[in-house]
Write a protein that binds this ligand. Structure first.
Ligand code: MLT
Length: 246
């Protein structure tokens, strides 16, 4: 089992992911919101790479059960029902709904990795569940950090490093690429207080300025759920223990 980290969306093109096992990480906040929405009973999430496509796809789908969710520049998009705060994806709002989801980096990362054989969504919230599942799969893994507008982001890289650390602790035969070693080193340097680390990132500071500090605290919580979103046939659903999809 070899682990490799891609630190931004421009590190690879779509075809790179063909037949690979990939984990997309966008800690602030797309991964955390997607995990929350599916955990709270959303039927499925349809990630899209443009706002125009979100609007087009949502029109007339699933007879009134569709919600448009996501953000541009951390704020809710005109005409969308939901923004990208995990607190908006409560059971009352999302249960039995189909959510068409666009976000600046997270949904684009998922769409980019769509040719993966296995594509999972990870964050601090479900880290231990993802770790156990990857160890069971025993495949080489690409960890795709959604990053920040095609650039590096510390929060996704530290989360990748924590995932690698957990996997290495449970499986001593893991091979690490140079980028995995770098992610591990970032986790060792910045991972002792995840909430503080998140608040001091570029994106964390922007979220605080825009009134979303409680989202940062929510996204910093480790292992609050065992739920793993899994991408198949263009939609995200939850993986159930044993490997099939709800
Ligand atoms: C993204 O996909 O870039 C984000 O999740 C941004 C955010 O809403 O904080």
């Amino acid at each position: 089992m070899k682990l490799n980290v891609l630190f931004s969306l421009v590190s690879a093109d779509e075809l790179y992911f063909t037949d690979r096992t990939t984990v997309v990480i966008d800690v602030l906040r797309a991964s955390s919101s997607i995990i929350t929405a599916l955990s709270n009973g959303a039927n499925e999430i349809i990630p899209v790479a443009t706002i125009e496509f979100a609007v087009k796809v949502s029109g007339g789908m699933f007879g009134g059960k569709t919600l448009l969710g996501g953000e541009r520049n951390t704020k809710m998009i005109d005409g969308f029902a939901l923004g990208n705060s995990p607190f908006e994806y409560s059971q009352k709002i999302v249960e039995n709904k189909f959510i068409v989801f666009f976000s600046t980096n997270g949904s684009k990362a998922i769409v980019k990795a769509k040719f993966s054989k296995n594509l999972f969504i990870g964050s601090f919230n479900n880290l231990s569940a993802i770790t156990k599942h990857l160890i069971k799969l025993n495949e080489n893994v690409e960890i795709l950090c959604a990053g920040n507008n095609n650039l590096f982001s510390l929060e996704d890289s530290v989360c990748s490093g924590m995932l690698i650390d957990e996997i290495v602790k449970m499986n001593s035969k893991v091979e690490l690429s140079d980028s995995s070693l770098a992610a591990l080193a970032m986790y060792e340097k910045f991972g002792s207080n995840i909430y503080e680390m998140l608040k001091n990132t570029e994106h964390g500071k922007k979220l605080i300025q825009n009134g979303f500090e409680s989202d940062i605290e929510y996204c910093s919580r480790c292992n609050t759920t065992n739920n793993i979103p899994y991408f198949k046939s263009n939609v995200l659903k939850l993986l159930i223990p044993g490997g099939s999809v709800y």
